[in-house]
Ligand binder design. Structure first.
Ligand SMILES: [Fe+2]
Length: 303
């Protein structure tokens, strides 16, 4: 049986990708950001997932404003990096996992989450930047990836509660897949930022840190945050944080926080990152052991 072992959330600031591509990671401004992900890369290297599900948003790269699906699941065999105006990023083509993706699509759609199935899609910085932060810059990505693009660009985006419940449905889908696969789910975007208008440059560290705290301890509190509160407290683009709730919904109720990192600013954005692990589940006792234990209990009662 496949199972989700951990969840990772990370900002996906495009300037982080540009810093990698232009070899600026050792410059003091960027070193502050990249050094926060060194432990995360070591964790990922040790965790070695068989598949990652990366929840992100497309920034008008694969979908123009003419068609914006609320939830779009990448079911293709591969996803090339998108040209975002200055040529595709020099990162490997993302290999998909069409079998597991098709299984998730079937399971969650029958659970009444109407995903758009996407059989051809390019992926932009929303997906490739967190991949770099957790996997570095390898020649090939070390595992297949299932992209899940969420609309947080065109009003109305889904609610935090809807996202959390979709995570729940994804968890159920993964756990009903027969192959033994260890899956890590990424939630990307955020944290507080606003890129235009009179409040451009807004950062709210207090809101971000409370969000990180509740993500591990009390996510039910987060699912009640309405859109207007994200806008007010975390800026217009802070709404991206609803995608973190898909990751959290896909995990067990009780999780262990393995690592977190927060720094401001990167470009004009607060960079937040957290790693949450599901607790190890006790192996189920084989049926014959259970029967023997029941017989012993009966004998104890009779004697
Ligand atoms: Fe974004």
């Amino acid at each position: 049986m496949a199972r989700i072992v951990a969840g990772v959330s990370s900002s996906h600031v495009p300037a982080i990708g540009a810093a990698i591509d232009n070899r600026q990671t050792e410059e003091p401004y960027w070193k502050r950001v990249f050094s926060g992900f060194e432990k995360s890369k070591a964790w990922m290297e040790k965790t070695k997932p068989d598949v990652c599900i990366v929840v992100y948003n497309d920034h008008a790269s694969a979908f123009s404003v003419e068609i914006v699906p609320t939830f779009a699941l990448g079911c293709a065999a591969e996803f090339p990096p998108a040209d975002e105006g200055w040529g595709p990023r020099p990162v490997p083509v993302v290999k998909g996992h069409p079998q597991l993706a098709a299984h998730i699509a079937q399971s969650v759609i029958l659970d009444e989450f109407d995903l758009t199935v996407v059989n051809k899609m390019e992926v932009d910085h929303g997906l490739t930047v967190p991949m770099n932060l957790l996997f570095g810059s390898p020649k090939e990505w070390p595992c297949p990836v299932i992209p899940l693009a969420v609309n947080v660009v065109l009003y109305p985006p889904p609610t935090g509660h809807r996202c959390f419940m979709l995570g729940r449905a994804i968890k159920k889908a993964v756990e009903s897949y027969p192959e033994d696969l260890r899956v890590v789910v990424f939630g990307t975007g955020g944290m507080s930022h606003q890129i235009s208008g009179p409040r451009a440059g807004l950062i709210n560290s207090k809101f971000d840190k409370a969000f990180l705290d509740n993500l591990s301890k009390d996510p039910k509190k987060l699912v009640r945050i309405p859109h207007i509160e994200y806008m007010r407290e975390a800026g217009a683009e802070g709404i991206e944080m609803v995608m973190w709730l898909i990751m959290r919904g896909a995990l067990d109720d009780k999780v262990d926080e393995v690592y977190r990192f927060y720094t401001v600013p990167a470009s004009n954005t607060a960079v937040g990152h957290i790693i949450l692990e599901n607790r190890k589940r006790a192996a189920k006792a084989p049926a014959k052991h259970k029967r023997a234990a029941a017989r012993a209990k009966v004998q104890r009662v009779r004697s």
